[in-house]
Design a protein around this ligand. Structure first.
Ligand code: CO8
Length: 259
């Protein structure tokens, strides 16, 4: 992969860390950045040493949205021909390892949508979430109307999407958009610690747990429960399941082989 220009990539133990790094534009998500992000996520997904991924921005902004300056002169024919959004925005949904969004500062428009595509969000107390597209004469286009509504319910999603109002970290936690809020200075360490814990468990079991939770957004309750049951039963084919339960019975720490 050529040296990326708009992101910083590093590993911390078994956690892959991707930082959006376009400070001059508050990490606005231009096409080049999204392509680099997609490549970095795919590389971590394929890397056996990595068990979880943290995606973060800067102290000031996770991402202030799609790049408005890049978008502003595009016409309908351009965005349809290019499949604008679909072809580079949804890579994060293809990643099988858990992706944790660590959000400080602004997560607006496509930035909020990108965070919501991740498996869970941890917020700094400085985080601000919003879908301000209405103020630009568009609607959210990378899942905001669907994922925000599922996360916080219809009234709050409607209010935010119809007015462009931002939600602070405390409100986002109350509303269930974020898993928890931490002091800004501890955000990355907390997210990495969470990633390390996830990475300490059996990889196939983690992947199945992620798949089962995500199915809750794509299926009826009965279908989701059926999938969960079959995945649960599949765990009994794994040495890690035998090890986890034997370790409990023998009062020792499990040593998972699929890591
Ligand atoms: N796109 C391009 N440039 C941006 C963006 C953006 N989204 N956000 C900020 N910038 C730039 C500013 O233009 C400015 O550049 P310059 O110094 O050259 O003028 C620099 O970043 C710093 O920004 P500000 O001076 O505005 O910083 P402030 O601290 O005063 O304000 C705000 C911060 C409130 C975040 C403000 O920058 C702002 O309102 N930004 C736009 C937020 C927004 O409307 N986001 C939604 C974009 S639309 C969208 O995401 C649609 C998604 C559809 C799906 C994705 C399809 C690809």
């Amino acid at each position: 992969m050529p040296m990326p220009e708009h992101i910083l990539v590093e590993t911390r133990g078994a956690v892959g860390l991707v930082r959006l790094n376009r400070p001059q534009a508050l990490n606005a998500l231009c096409d080049a950045l999204m392509l680099e992000l997609g490549a970095a996520l795919r590389a971590f997904d394929a890397d056996e040493a990595i068990g979880a991924i943290v995606l973060t921005g800067s102290e000031k902004a996770f991402a202030a949205g799609a790049d408005i300056k890049e978008m502003k002169d595009r016409g309908f024919a351009d965005v349809v021909a290019d499949d604008f959004i679909g072809n580079r925005w949804e890579t994060v949904l293809e990643i099988r390892k858990p992706v944790i969004a660590a959000v400080a500062g602004f997560a607006l428009g496509g930035g909020c949508e990108l965070a919501m595509m991740c498996d869970l969000i941890i917020a700094a107390d400085t985080a601000k979430f919003g879908q301000p597209e209405i103020t630009l004469g568009v609607i959210p286009g990378a899942g905001g109307t669907q994922r925000l509504t599922r996360a916080v319910g219809k009234s709050k999603a409607m209010e935010m999407i119809l007015t462009g109002r931002m939600m602070d970290a405390a409100e986002a936690e109350r509303a269930g958009l974020v898993a928890r809020v931490v002091p800004a200075a501890e955000l990355i360490d907390e997210a990495v610690k969470l990633g390390e814990r996830i990475a300490s468990f059996s990889r196939p079991v983690v992947a199945m747990a992620k798949e089962a939770v995500n199915a809750a957004f794509e299926s009826s309750l009965a279908e989701g429960v059926r999938l969960e049951r079959r995945l649960f039963q599949s765990c009994f084919a794994l040495a890690d399941r035998a090890e986890g339960m034997a370790a409990f019975a023998e009062k020792r720490k499990p040593v998972f082989v699929h890591r």
